[in-house]
Design a protein around this ligand. Sequence first.
Ligand code: NAD
Length: 257
Amino acid sequence: MSLSGKTAIITGSNSGIGLGVARELAKAGANVVLNSFTDRDEDHALAEEISKETDTKARYIKADMSKGDECRALVEQAGACDILVNNAGIQHVSPIDQFPVEKWDAIIAINMNSAFHTTAAALPMMRSAGWGRVINIASAHGLTASPYKAAYVAAKHGVVGMTKTVALETAQEPITCNAICPGYVLTPLVEAQIPDTMKEYNMSREDVVKNILLERQPSKEFATVEQLGGTAIFLCSDAAAQITGTTISVDGGWTAL
Ligand code: NAD
């Protein structure tokens, strides 16, 4: 399907899932807006690379998704928003009675509150364009829990709840709002955990991947950023026009257990 002429904003997209989804949306013809809180040459270079590869207009806009006014400014600065992918996210793992307050606040702000601010700013643009797609990158942890991830699990469940409410508020308009719930995806964030875990458990890389990281993922395979991008493109298609207010799991069977 062609997304030619559509503008897609993907929050937190200078690496990992956000970057992968942005690439797939650009390949489908969308003009993408990349984002993170940094403003480095390589951030802008990523946008240039995508523009060249896909013959679309890609831009990088710096905005810190932990700050509500910057979330709204990102959308305003983009000037148009037909597809909004709320992806920015961080993680911290700790028992709840030792969970650092500043980590709790940052996770709730970046992983959940940012989606409130960007969606609030983007909906008027979608309404005036007469079409829109809000795609929230939640997680299997938006549907299930794990110990030591209280803030992440709370934020992701919150995003799933907000997804349903936005869908109801836009139900009679040509706008949909859904959440994609990935299981483990081998992004730089996850890759970085492998060497330490190998040392901690004295295990091979293969055993760490299968028995620790993918313990709850029955397929024993990572989901890929391309698969998540493909799911986002499906949600933008006419076939998905009546799919709203729901979650799509891309988790190798995690939530079937
Ligand atoms: P990642 O660390 O590669 O990407 C996170 C992105 O968010 C980066 O581009 C980073 O720069 C950006 N970011 C962080 N703080 C920000 C801030 N304050 N303002 C703007 N941008 C900010 O991680 P990822 O694995 O690609 O995760 C992306 C999303 O997917 C997250 O919401 C994460 O919770 C979700 N997710 C990841 C997995 C996985 O296994 N990797 C599984 C389920 C859900």
